[in-house]
Design a protein around this ligand. Structure first.
Ligand code: AMP
Length: 571
């Protein structure tokens, strides 16, 4: 089944805007097939699972069908459970964000009738409800169906399994005959076939027919991760395996933006790719990734399509792909040219069923793995540090500091104390992982405030600019830090100096926030950020320099009046 762009589907401008706001880049196969039929007035029978984007497939035409000038229910969506009702109502609310005056109303058992009466009399246009509660309202005459233009049965097979068949038939008989009908069902058993025959007119069948693809011979594992713990687990895995080159896939552009910022703030050398970036920006990022100037690339499926990079060690499915085909495309980025690779998938809650579908489709086994504890990560890091230290000592590849050491020894500090203090200053004796996660079970019982974050942040930024250095390699703690330099190392970028630095408790993300917020330039046009004690060097696209200087000079930032200038004085 083909995928289309939303602009090809005949959507109203306000829906296109909403889809853009939700960060969707292209329509899923089910949306590409169902939306044009429904907008054209036809009936649809869709066979697809949760996760395929089916809610928007019927939700978008439902919203477009509503005449907000008419104060009556015009669409009714039936779902088997209250959870699904709430989920569908939320998705509809997001899709209808820019359609003024549209009211959607979830109605389900367990919620007060009072509230539902109020919603109905206020003129709800789209009703999303469980069959039982919809029947109650029909019997109480608090819900009229005479203006209904579209009926949707979501997860029809489950509704039948739950014994709602008579309610469904009653509701379908109550709605006007001149209406559209949509069935979505994972399976189409005989009773559903009969309902379809009785209640639809020449429906178009829309099925998820995934193309069989060869799954690369790589290690595939998954972690069951609570949504809130995903970032923490991701960082642990990257640290534990000392990943040097990885792609992380997210479902939306927003997720890509967010995750990239979190990773940069935690000190990883990360950048992003998504469809809101200009071709030039994308090429710049891809170029840096190919040159290993970035270790971690966060991307949407669409943006990563043109990416051709060998030696990717791990593909992370931070968000599950929509179908098996996308899964195979994603994981095919690793294990190229017969080299080993790994695909890691995060699964939250009921997504486990979607993963089962993916396994069935790919006919491959995805092994469940245990989330590493914070201690395991720390243990591995300490070992790597000790190893790097030993190697440096053996090779003798370091500058001697006899004078300083003599001074300290003369002041009666023991050699072991001096070495321990140095390790402390390096932050190598502090845990890196930030929070406890439910799976830890006592492994990490404290909530660490992430004391190592600052050091890592700078390191991550530095690594974007300079050749790779092993993560565990020690560097000078407080002595003369390498000056970041006044000139940007990236073509088309200009380095600016801000009069705010580490002493003012800023983080790299704060600069991105203030620059993008005040000037509205895309975040991708802001490059490397070097925090220093009292100032910060920030790379900005050349074409934006004048705007940044004009808009940011003099504004308040972190309690100070900002002064921004070119880092390199003009010749
Ligand atoms: P559903 O199959 O309707 O339960 O949708 C699963 C998830 O995919 C929901 O979180 C949707 O918001 C999201 N989604 C739906 N359509 C798209 C799309 N075209 N691109 C990205 N995400 C989508």
């Amino acid at each position: 089944m083909q995928k289309k762009l939303f602009v090809e589907l005949g959507l109203a401008p306000e829906i296109l805007k909403a889809v853009e706001r939700m960060g969707f880049e292209e329509a899923t196969p089910i949306q590409s097939a169902a939306i044009p039929v429904l907008l054209g007035g036809g009936d649809v029978v869709g066979q697809s699972q949760t996760g395929s984007g089916k809610t928007a497939a019927f939700g978008i035409p439902a919203i477009q069908a509503v005449d907000t000038g008419l104060r009556a229910p015009q669409v009714i969506i039936l779902c088997p459970t209250r959870e699904l009702v709430v989920q569908v109502a939320e998705e509809i609310a997001k899709l209808a964000f820019f359609k003024r005056g549209l009211r959607e109303l979830p109605i389900y058992g367990g919620q007060s009738y009072e509230r539902q009466f109020r919603g109905l009399s206020a003129g709800a246009h789209i009703i999303i409800g469980t069959p039982g509660r919809v029947m109650d309202h029909l019997e109480r005459k608090s819900l009229r169906l005479d203006q209904i233009k579209l009926v949707v049965l979501d997860e029809a097979d489950r509704m039948l399994d739950m014994g709602f068949v008579d309610d469904i038939k009653t509701i379908l008989r109550e709605v006007p005959a001149a209406r559209q009908t949509v069935f979505f069902s994972a399976t189409i058993p005989r009773p559903i076939q009969e309902l379809i025959k009785t209640f639809t007119r020449n429906p178009v069948n829309v099925r998820m027919e995934e193309q069989a693809l060869t799954v690369p011979a790589i290690e595939q594992i998954y972690y069951e991760v609570d949504r809130r713990s995903k970032l923490e687990v991701l960082c642990r895995l990257i640290d534990l395996e000392d990943v040097k080159l990885a792609i992380i896939f997210c479902a939306t552009k927003m997720m890509v933006d967010e995750l990239t910022e979190h990773l940069i703030a935690r000190g990883y050398s990360a950048d992003k790719l998504h469809g809101d970036m200009t071709q030039a920006m994308r090429e710049r990022v891809m170029g840096r990734f190919r040159k290993r100037a970035i270790e971690i690339l966060v991307a949407t499926d669409v943006a990563a399509r043109g990416l051709d990079v060998d030696d990717i060690e791990v593909v992370f499915n931070y968000d599950l792909p929509h179908d098996g085909e996308d899964y195979v495309h994603r994981i095919g980025r690793t294990g190229r040219a017969g080299k080993g690779g790994k695909a890691v998938t995060f699964v939250a809650g009921r997504e486990i069923y979607r993963l089962e579908n993916i396994q069935r489709f790919t006919k491959s086994r995805i092994r469940r793995a245990k989330i590493p504890s914070a201690e395991e990560v720390e243990g591995k890091r300490a070992t790597a540090f000790a190893e790097a230290l030993r190697e440096t000592l053996e090779k003798g590849e370091y500058k001697r500091h006899d004078e300083l050491l003599d001074q300290l020894l003369e002041q009666n500090h023991s050699p072991t104390d001096i070495a321990s203090a140095l390790i402390h200053l390096l932050g190598e004796d502090k845990p890196r992982t930030g929070q406890t996660i439910p799976e830890d079970r006592g492994a990490a019982t404290r909530n660490f405030p992430d004391p190592g974050a600052r050091g890592r942040r700078e390191r991550g930024r530095d690594e974007q600019e300079s050749p790779r250095r092993p993560r565990s390699e020690p560097r000078e703690p407080s002595g003369p830090r390498e000056e970041a330099g006044t000139v940007s190392h990236e073509a088309g970028m200009v380095r600016l100096a801000f009069n705010v630095g580490r002493a003012h408790q800023v983080q790299p993300g704060d600069f991105v926030g203030v620059i993008a917020g005040v000037t509205a330039i895309p975040k991708g046009e802001i490059g490397a950020i070097h925090l220093q004690a009292t100032k910060t060097l920030v790379d900005v696209a050349e074409a934006r320099v004048a705007l940044v200087l004009k808009k940011l000079n003099g504004i308040q930032f972190k309690g100070r009046k900002l002064a921004v200038r070119l880092a390199a004085p003009k010749a």
